[in-house]
Ligand binder design. Structure first.
Ligand code: ADP
Length: 259
């Protein structure tokens, strides 16, 4: 009898363990599903507004056919351009996440003039400027050559300059400063915008995190997270200082030469 009881107890224990495992995998599956739903809703929400803007502008371009309506046509073409650019940036961020997660992020070091990337980023960013906003172009970039991953530098500057524009009101200045050191290059993006509330500053690099005061603007909370991941993988850093209602300064530093 003792033997039977022992066997029965073992059997119960085994079943409990099996049950626990099933419950655990069900819980994980549910969590994954929740995450998927959240992600899909984030993507659709992020795409919906710019897409409907593009549609409206495209329809109006088709409507303004008279010669004297050229100004209006150009305005709407600019809107289309900037919104497509915005969507393209989000897609690049999503692709980056996918590559970082799957361990497929590969980097390519090339020597190129810093001005090439700075020019491209500022040219695209100019399309997003609000009324009276302007970007102060750094004066000392022409002679600087960098040996770095060009795409990552472009992605980093695009995210930081676009944020500076998005989170600042019209009639403000965005300063881009370049500080070359012997082996490192520092770039600062300084804005006069809404700033980040002190109590939320520690979360700012968490994926999907968005500060309370930023929620009225469009955004995914992905940009800073991937910029930090990429830069740190390449021996660089990103830091910031910010005061609510005064402005923010984001600073990236990366090695000038990769040995
Ligand atoms: P997104 O801008 O898409 O929300 P980011 O990862 O680029 O995502 O930024 C995360 C959050 O950090 C933003 O939602 C915002 O709250 C805050 N933030 C980033 N840059 C700035 C800035 N220049 N000024 C104020 N807040 C900022």
């Amino acid at each position: 009898l003792k033997q039977t009881i022992k066997e029965l107890k073992e059997e119960v224990l085994k079943r409990k363990e099996a049950e626990h495992k099933i419950m655990e995998s069900l819980r994980k599956e549910r969590e994954l599903n929740d995450l998927k739903t959240k992600f899909l809703s984030l993507v659709s929400h992020e795409f919906k507004t710019p897409l409907s803007g593009i549609l409206t502008s495209a329809m109006l371009v088709g409507k303004y056919t008279e010669t004297e309506q050229q100004d209006k046509r150009e305005k709407h073409l600019k809107t289309i351009q900037s919104k497509v650019k915005y969507l393209n940036n989000i897609l690049n961020d999503f692709l980056s996440i996918e590559r970082l997660e799957s361990g497929k992020a590969t980097y390519k070091f090339e020597t190129f003039p810093l001005s090439k990337v700075v020019n491209e980023v500022i040219y695209s960013a100019n399309m997003l400027l609000k009324e009276g906003q302007r970007i102060n172009y750094p004066q000392n970039v022409d002679e600087i050559q960098v040996n770095f991953d060009e795409k990552i530098l472009e992605l980093s500057l695009t995210n930081l300059i676009n944020n500076a524009i998005k989170y600042s009101p019209g009639h403000t200045v965005i300063d881009v400063e370049v500080i070359p050191k012997k082996d490192f290059l520092t770039i600062k993006i300084i804005d006069e915008g809404m700033g980040i509330p002190k109590k939320e500053q520690k979360y700012i690099f968490n994926r999907y995190f968005r500060a309370e005061n930023a929620l009225l603007d469009q955004g995914t909370g992905i940009g800073l997270n991937i910029v930090k991941s990429h830069l740190e993988s390449l021996g660089g850093t990103i830091t910031f200082e910010s005061e609510e209602g005064v402005g923010s300064t984001f600073t990236i530093t990366f090695p000038l030469k990769n040995i």
